[in-house]
Ligand binder design. Sequence first.
Ligand code: GRF
Length: 222
Amino acid sequence: MQNNTIVVLISGTGTNLQALIDSQKRYKYQIVAVISNNPKALGIAIAKKHGINNFVVDHRKYQTRELFELAMSEIINSYNPALVVLAGFMRILEPQFISQFNNRLINIHPSLLPKYKGLNTHKRVLRNKDKQHGCTAHLVIPELDCGSNIVQATLDIQEQETEDSLNTRVKKMEYIIYAWCVKMLIQKRITINNKTIFLDSKKLPITGYTVTELSLHTIDDI
Ligand code: GRF
């Protein structure tokens, strides 16, 4: 049987984790463990509530980044997951950690990558008076937020838009595209060859597969 297991790494509220949990049955993947570097992450309570194995690996308790990542790797590898899914995981990862999970490590980022890597994306988008914004599920490589795009969801910025309203709208899109991305990778309908992403063997553009806020749910028809 195909390996359909994933391990999710979190640091905070875990709303993406919740969305991934909500889609598990429908999309036929299984969250086998949740790891948080932050002992106070609300996402841990979500994992507990759903009976998912959960671990705190507190980065402050390790002398080096390498030792912290080694502790996480040991947990992850004990599950041999098909995918390692970053969902609001707020630590930068070393190349050595990342290379273990070649093409199996993904992240969700609140911008239309390659635009707005890093933090405070909504603020920067508004300050620059952009007309569009969105989120991207992408592969993780050592350069922050630079791995190939897998899927992107876009929205049109409204006149009265605020950081809060953008946060709400973008997160709603994240929940949908990220679970879909997991499903498609697990089912091997999305594949990666030398940094290029393929959907059903067809090469995707560098934006990844794109949907708009209004056509979000059509990804289920694919
Ligand atoms: C999301 O906005 C995601 O794009 C970013 O971190 C946030 C996590 O939120 N990487 P949550 O913890 O899933 O609520």
